[in-house]
Design a protein around this ligand. Structure first.
Ligand code: CTP
Ligand code: CA
Length: 229
């Protein structure tokens, strides 16, 4: 079992995280989004603060308070999350953790006024979508970050799908969790994950997201140190 991260081990380092869902507006009152609560990303941000890092947390709309000491950048859409992530890493960054559930698509032309019920039926049944930018891949491609961590929420073929993201996005570590289970994941305080990097696959057993945040950060820090050496 790994040890929780030591106090002060990240002092002088810069950690940037994304967390929560994004919202992609259809009209001023309707949006496309997802189930993400933000809890896993917020727990990791809290653990990074405890370890002494300078932490920027780029967060979509969630119902939980930011941990004391983080620099919170509140965003709504994927495009805003991308701009905030590029800005937060522009001067260099030691560890970037993408825990956000970014909407893959957004409405191509959001309506300026609220759609009325009659019009909405036609508009919503033929909603034109465009692909959102990949925040994590864009940050990876900018080459400003030493160690890059992504998440993969899957309902099937967990390890296979997650491993393909590791190479496709050009990152160092994927944290994979099975969102088909109801005892862990989106609507739970608990999570269980597989850590998949270019050398090995490791399981972190089911535990509270707060505790998992600490163990997960410890694993990330060990790998980041190893990559620097
Ligand atoms: N991610 C991101 N920007 C996106 C989509 C995903 O930064 N537009 C990040 C997520 O924060 C996560 C990782 O990429 O760390 C994997 O997200 P996921 O949705 O599982 O991957 P996708 O590439 O979107 O693949 P798919 O939805 O088809 O599984
Ligand atoms: Ca996706």
């Amino acid at each position: 079992t790994p040890a929780p991260v030591a106090a002060g081990i990240l002092s002088g380092t810069r950690v940037v995280l994304t967390a929560g869902p994004t919202r992609e507006y259809i009209d001023p009152v309707r949006f496309v989004s997802n189930e993400s609560s933000g809890r896993m990303g917020y727990a990791l941000a809290a653990a990074a603060i405890s370890a002494g890092a300078e932490v920027t947390l780029i967060s979509g709309p969630v119902g939980i308070p930011a941990p004391d000491g983080v620099q919170l950048a509140s965003v709504t859409s994927a495009e805003q999350m991308l701009q905030a992530a590029l800005a937060a890493t522009a001067e260099g960054c030691d560890i970037f953790i993408a825990a956000a559930a970014v909407a893959d698509y957004r409405p191509a032309s959001p309506a300026g006024q609220k759609l009325k019920k009659q019009a909405a039926a036609a508009q919503l049944s033929q909603l034109q979508l465009v692909e959102n930018p990949d925040v994590l891949k864009s940050v990876a491609d900018s080459h400003k970050v030493t160690y890059l961590v992504g998440f993969a929420a899957e309902t099937e073929q967990l390890a296979e799908h997650a491993r393909s993201k590791l190479t496709r996005k050009g990152i160092d570590l994927i944290v994979a969790n099975d969102v088909s289970r109801t005892d862990i994941g989106f609507n739970s305080d608990f999570n269980e994950v597989l850590l998949i990097d270019h050398e090995q696959t490791q399981r972190l057993e089911r535990q509270s997201k707060t505790q998992l945040g600490q163990y997960l950060l410890a694993e990330i820090v060990t790998r980041w140190q190893h990559k620097q050496a």
